[in-house]
Design a protein around this ligand. Structure first.
Ligand code: SF4
Length: 370
């Protein structure tokens, strides 16, 4: 009951004459050509959905947020999934037109689209870039056909290499996602992947550890996974081998090639989540709200809840979190000071995890937050 929810009159609105803060935008595209065996994301296998009704819903949400926030500026847009590269480019253009009509898209805005190598050729890639996309994030996962098959990916390694080449010739920024820590993986495999990333000259990549989620085919397979020590060894080998610098737990970039959208979200900036499966953090008149795309939720967040979220996301990044008055109230400063091997105070009043701390980050955050 999307419409009924949206026309309800309980949304706070921008105080007249006061401009709301800029908001980043995340748009979820929940369709994939097939379902990967490890995937627990909100997505379903459907290569030819009813794109017109999908676009109608997305544009309806865009207009809704314009009514609530006013014509705020937008520094980044991220089309995530699912598989956004399945979008017909005409539908993509329609959504972009709606964003231009309702918000102030900044001239240097970063516009990312996630792409599956099986769904994008160089013609459509060019059309997306002509329509505004300036960052392509490619779901490569592996350069090994056997591993891709095991993961249930629809593409092979050559499809991935071809798309990387085409994207590097077309878009300003190109990133690729990889998964390591498969049952048979070892440090040698990880180093081989990193060497190929170096050779290609990618400016950004994300290296994700395979996690087994219960409601997936992998979750039912009783797989023999690498031990924690083996995983840590592979993680350290990635940092040592890649020429790119780690700027977040799983993300590596050349200087200036960091993903601005994700960096903004981790830094605690507001963002609108649009589409079923999206989530957002909205800032209206200095108050924070949690929302779920499709109008599934809109709820005020307390200052302490928002501060904890900022610690959880900020501590994942190399530059950590700013220790302002709200953060001071919710973290145990004495604990931080007594663990210099794990936590570090920066001269600009930020706190971050050291290389050793990153390996046990969840436990450290649990202990750091009072
Ligand atoms: S392409 Fe991505 S979202 Fe789609 S099924 Fe595979 S992992 Fe999940």
């Amino acid at each position: 009951m999307l419409r009924a929810f949206f026309i309800a009159d309980f949304y706070p609105r921008c105080t007249i004459g006061v401009m709301n803060a800029s908001h980043n935008i995340y748009i979820h595209v929940p369709f994939c050509i097939s379902k990967c065996k490890y995937c627990a994301f909100f997505s379903r296998a459907c290569a030819s959905p009813d794109w017109d009704s999908y676009a109608e819903k997305i544009i309806h949400e865009i207009k809704h947020w314009r009514n609530i926030l006013g014509r705020v500026s937008v520094p980044t847009i991220f089309f995530g999934g699912g598989t956004p590269s399945l979008l017909p480019t005409k539908i993509f253009a329609k959504i972009m037109d709606a964003i231009h009509e309702n918000f102030e898209l900044l001239p240097n805005a970063e516009i990312t689209i996630e792409a599956n190598p099986k769904t994008l050729d160089s013609v459509r890639l060019r059309e997306f870039c002509d329509g505004g996309v300036n960052r392509i994030s490619i779901g490569v996962q592996s350069f090994d056909d056997e591993k891709l098959k095991f993961l249930g990916r629809a593409h092979n390694a050559d499809d991935a290499r071809r798309l990387i080449d085409a994207a590097m010739a077309t878009a300003k920024n190109v990133s690729a996602d990889f998964i390591y820590g498969l049952p048979s993986d070892n440090t040698h495999d990880v180093i081989k992947t990193c060497n190929e990333i170096n050779r290609i000259g990618l400016q950004h990549c994300s290296m994700y550890e395979l996690t087994i989620e219960p409601d997936t085919p992998f979750g039912k397979m009783n797989l023999e996974m690498p031990t924690n020590d083996e995983m840590a060894e592979m993680y350290n080998a990635i940092s040592k081998t890649l020429k790119l610098k780690r700027y977040e737990v799983s993300n590596y970039a050349a200087k200036g090639a960091e993903c601005r959208h994700n960096q903004n979200v981790w830094d605690g900036e507001p963002y609108i989540g649009i589409g079923d499966g999206a989530a957002g953090r909205i800032l209206i008149n200095n108050e924070w709200y949690e929302e779920l795309g499709g109008g599934k939720l809109f709820e005020k967040l307390s200052d302490s809840h928002r501060a904890i979220e900022r610690v959880i996301t900020g501590m994942r990044t190399r530059h950590g979190v700013m220790v302002d008055e709200t953060i001071k109230k919710i973290i145990d400063i004495e604990f931080a000071k007594s663990h210099p091997d794990m936590l570090e105070f920066k001269s600009d009043n930020r706190i971050c995890a050291t290389d050793a701390g990153i390996l046990g980050l969840d436990k450290i955050i649990e202990r750091l937050v009072k």
